[in-house]
Design a protein around this ligand. Structure first.
Ligand SMILES: [Zn+2]
Length: 268
């Protein structure tokens, strides 16, 4: 069975106490931002008792630090709107945090960003040694109504979307995703409304043995927000079963693609 690395970056609502003072909004406004921005319950939706699954969960909220952004604002397109690795604005454009000085920025990166990426890289490297062909599933969810600062505001949004990353997301993996979703009557966007999937920088566009695909679930399929509370809907368990089937379909698709096909290790 293909080793699975389950990356859950955005499920936490934790703002570490020593980070709270950097925010310039009151508790109720912060709670509203957490309600809107968190990929609520994705840790539960994607939880798996299948064999050879390594969970890599980011332990704090993306509002404190977003591990899916580039460490450097110069490389991160969303930094231009205040949504780099250290958000200064919320999803609606509201300023939520004062700009951080260099020392404070370094504190966040060394305390939260680099250890998380080291953990992901170690999980991938261990799986490479174990089987040669690890698959990362980058697990997210998104709101049915686009955010103010979203790049893609096309509506209606699909029930789910996948994100791809060149050599790490072969066509047969995308086909397997489409086949599963249509078999379940779910609409699927490909790199829309959200694009890309995480790959450790060390392997990015270098080692095609590292497969990666992002799965984003439309939150209307499993939850709602009541006030500032995220609430599971009656559809939650059906969606959890859908996700389990999705992951299994992708894993099954890797059978026959592990030994000798389209292996591409670029010179580096
Ligand atoms: Zn997310």
């Amino acid at each position: 069975m293909t080793p699975l690395i389950l990356h859950i970056p955005h499920a936490s609502t934790v703002i570490p106490p020593d980070c709270r003072a950097d925010f310039i909004i009151d508790d109720s406004t912060l709670a509203a931002h957490l309600a809107a921005s968190t990929d609520h319950f994705t840790d539960e939706l994607f939880d798996s008792d299948a064999t050879d699954v390594t969970n890599v969960r980011f332990p704090i909220s993306r509002l404190a630090l977003d591990p899916e952004r580039f460490e450097s604002d110069e490389l991160e397109p969303m930094a231009a709107v205040g949504l780099g690795v250290l958000y200064e604005r919320g999803h609606n454009g509201q300023r939520i945090r004062a700009p951080l000085n260099a020392a404070r920025r370094e504190y966040y990166l060394s305390r939260w960003f680099r250890p998380h990426h080291a953990q992901l890289e170690a999980a991938v490297d261990a799986a490479l040694v174990r089987s040669g062909y690890p698959m990362i599933i980058d697990a997210h969810s998104f709101p049915d109504a686009p955010f103010e600062l979203d790049i893609d505001k096309t509506v209606p949004r699909p029930d789910a979307c996948i994100g791809t990353a060149g050599i790490h997301t072969p066509a047969w993996l995308i086909d397997a995703a489409q086949t599963w979703c249509s078999s379940q009557g779910w609409t699927l966007g490909i790199d829309a409304p959200y694009a890309g999937t995480i790959v450790p920088i060390k392997h990015y566009q270098r080692d095609a043995r590292v497969r990666s695909i992002m799965i984003e679930i439309n939150r209307k399929r499993y939850m709602t927000v009541s006030g500032v509370a995220a609430v599971r809907t009656v559809e939650f368990h059906a969606t959890r079963a859908f996700v389990a089937g999705f992951v299994m379909a992708l894993r099954n698709a890797t059978n026959g693609h592990s030994a000798n096909q389209e292996t591409q290790v670029a010179d580096s």
